[in-house]
Each structure stands twice: as structure tokens, then as C-alpha cells.
Design a protein around this ligand. Sequence first.
Ligand code: ADE
Length: 248
Amino acid sequence: MRFDIITIFPEFFGAVFDYGIVRRARAAGLVEVAAHDLRGWTKDKHKVVDDRPFGGGDGMVLKPEPIFEAVESLAGACDANSLRAKGVRVVLLSPQGRVLTQGVAGELARCEHVVVICGRYEGVDERVADRLATDEISIGDYVLSGGEPAAVVLVDAVVRLIPGALGSETSAVNESFAEDVLDFPHYTRPPEFRGMRVPEILLGGHHAGIARWRRRAALRKTRRNRPDLLEDASLSEEDRAGLDEPEE
Ligand code: ADE
């Protein structure tokens, strides 16, 4: 799989992909990640990438021409339909996009080539979202000053879902959001720290008991921190009973 990131700050990505799972996946040849300077696709002497908004207002808007040129040279097409037909996804990162979820990340992990456009300033000329991007994605309901941090989040979330990227194939399945329930709480040594004891059941080898405890703890944590997720979760009788028991 390959990521091409189009940005006006290519240096921003200097070392962020040199750590942990992304580094390992790159070293193993599972993924390539490259950041490209949008200014390289400008044609004027001053390499201008932005301009004032039609209709007035504050801030500057990223111009469409260099972005279309960039995608054409990186992906061999510059309209969303042809790109989709070639199996290329062109992701425009913006707060107006659909929200990145584990499901969206999984969808992208099945693609061979993802081009990521980092928005900047007050916005990006809407013709990019209308005709060039196959996807407009937001990493959450808050506004960043640019799409660069969002690109790092997107690449990380997608790369760890590429088969072989994680040490153990089961680790991506157990964790938060794999089935609309948050991950269960984890503990390591020491068994008692500053008066806080690790739940007794985890210290023994009763596997079924541990599994039951983890499921119940995950459900309770989900109810406490993200009750919205439980509306869509499919809960068994035992799940519901566990949620109804008083906290010990
Ligand atoms: N650019 C600015 N804010 C953003 C967000 N929330 N997600 C993706 N790109 C952005």
C-alpha cells in the first residue's frame, strides 16, 4: 500500500512515520509513505498556492490548480470517478468531512493507493471536494489549523489495519471499537500500587472468569465514557445482567 501526502509543510512529516508500528510496516515493505510539497506543482515564480475568497471574508483559500496537478501526477488522473475506477482513493482532510471511524480506516486499509490532501488556511477551493477527492474526511469535531496532524492520525489508524502490520493478528480485533465497545482495562505489575489493587480475578489463572470480568469492565467503561456507542452495540443477556450488577 502507498500513501502520498500533499501538503505545504512536507517537513512536518520528517520523523513521525519513523516510530512503532508504522516504522515496522514500512521496513517490512507493507506500506510506503511520502510527503510532497504542493508548491512543486505551482507554475508561477512565487509558487503561490492560495488566494482570497470570492465573495469576500477573512483568510485565504487553497487554489485548485496545483492540487489537481499534484493528484494527476501522483495518481495518473484528476477526477474522482476515474480515480475510483483505478482503485485510488483521494482523501481531502477537512473539518467538513465524514468522521474517521475504525470502519472508515478499515475501508482505506484495503486500498493500494491513498492520496491525502492536507487543507490549510480558511479552506480549500470547493472544486477539490466536488470533483477531485473521492473522500472528504474529518478526524473529529474540532478545527485544526491544517490537515497535517490529521494526516498523521489517518495514516497511523490505517496502517495498523494492514494485514501483517501488527505483531499479533488478534490485537486489532480485541481493542476499542472493533465491535462498538471500548477496550477492557489493562493492568501490569505491581499488583498493589499506592494502595490501588489490581482486581483479584486477574491475578489468578481462571481464564473464563477473566474473560467475563473483562467483558463486564469494558461494557461499564463504555457506558461511563461513551454511552452513545452502546445504542448500536449488540448485547447478550449476560452483558445486560453484568451492566445491571452493582459496582464492587
Ligand atoms: N483540518 C482542520 N480540521 C480538521 C479536522 N478536524 N479533521 C481533518 N482535517 C482538518
